[in-house]
Write a protein that binds this ligand. Structure first.
Ligand SMILES: C[S@@+](CC[C@H](N)C(=O)[O-])C[C@H]1O[C@@H](n2cnc3c(N)ncnc32)[C@H](O)[C@@H]1O
Length: 308
């Protein structure tokens, strides 16, 4: 199992208390969940959510010793409000989101996330979903493809890549990840620097197939609504699109004080009101990045629901 990213900072940032009730909205392999369970002690409770059945299975064995205090739910965190209500976690003390895919999803080529190892063009986090990356790549129009690659991958060569994909699929449909990675690499014009030329395109397809930004928007908003006043939310992101969105959602609830013409000030923002626990996002230590390259791009934002 890979070490959870910024685990100490997450526990400290959430101000985890003995006997508390916490939600891990992205259970993955259960690394952060284990740290949370250790911190809440025998009287605390944890709800672990993931949309990937393999993640839940893996976490179950890691968290076996805490089975009396731990409840799992297979769900998209988009439905966090409903899941929390079902399991009696409304008014929780804190919620953690550790976004993106787990390392095992990337390491298992049969899940179709990797452009380094060959696998089916799949990319579904939840394998009950009835469409895959192959459907997107083979069926969507050239302009739809270009838009996805541009919007979710921030890839400057999006149009060129979309045109190359459409030209190739007229001869033969795409079914494998490496096949697509090669076409993208050619369209981008070969390798430059350390990053694989298909990185952004694969990120874009993954985000669209799993509707990740929509889930973040709804999930983080639900977490803000459901934590108790004084409760905290911690979000770990791994690229700028995710981080920007999380920042925007939080800013709306942090709001701002505006001067009134008649004198005094009024707070303008969305309820419930939040305050930032850290002004800037936290980043991992040099030592952690050296030990765990996956942590390299991590940013941790922590907010607290105001006690009104
Ligand atoms: C980076 S991993 C979490 C790793 C975990 N914190 C650990 O310590 O092992 C992200 C996990 O979130 C899950 N996930 C991503 N988006 C999700 C969503 N919208 N709803 C539920 N789970 C999601 C993925 O399936 C993956 O298992």
């Amino acid at each position: 199992m890979h070490k959870p990213v910024m685990s100490a900072e997450v526990i400290e940032g959430l101000a985890v208390k003995t006997g508390g009730r916490y939600i891990d909205a992205t259970l993955g392999d259960g690394g952060h969940a284990q740290a949370l369970l250790e911190a809440i002690g025998p009287t605390g409770r944890l709800l672990g959510v993931d949309r990937d059945a393999e993640a839940l299975e893996q976490a179950r064995s890691v968290l076996w010793d805490w089975r009396e205090q731990y409840v799992e739910a297979r769900a998209n965190f988009e439905s966090l409000a409903e899941v929390a209500s079902t399991h009696d976690f409304l008014g929780a003390d804190g919620v953690l989101f550790d976004l993106g895919v787990r390392s095992a999803q990337l390491d298992h080529p049969e899940r179709g996330f990797s452009f380094m190892q060959d696998g089916p063009l799949d990319m579904r986090m939840d394998q009950r979903q009835d469409w895959t990356a192959a459907d997107l790549v083979n069926e969507w129009t050239e302009s739809e493809l270009a838009q996805v690659i541009w919007r979710y991958g921030e890839e400057r060569a999006a149009r060129r890549i979309a045109a190359a994909v459409v030209a190739r699929r007229e001869e033969r449909r795409f079914t494998r990840t490496l096949d697509l990675a090669e076409v993208v690499e050619l369209a981008v014009g070969g390798r430059r620097g350390k990053t694989h030329p298909a990185t952004r395109t694969f990120q874009a397809l993954r985000m669209r197939v799993n509707e990740e930004l929509q889930a973040i928007e709804i999930g983080v908003r639900s977490a803000i609504d459901l934590v108790r006043p004084g409760g905290r939310i911690a979000v770990l992101t791994y690229h700028s699109l995710e981080d920007r969105l999380v920042k925007q959602i939080c800013n709306r609830h942090v709001g701002q004080w505006q001067s009134l013409q008649a004198g005094g000030q009024e707070w303008v923002g969305e309820q419930p009101q939040l305050q930032r626990v850290t002004r800037k996002p936290l980043v991992p230590s040099v030592a952690e990045v050296r030990e765990n390259p996956r942590a390299r791009s991590a940013k941790l934002r922590i907010v607290e629901r105001m006690k009104t």
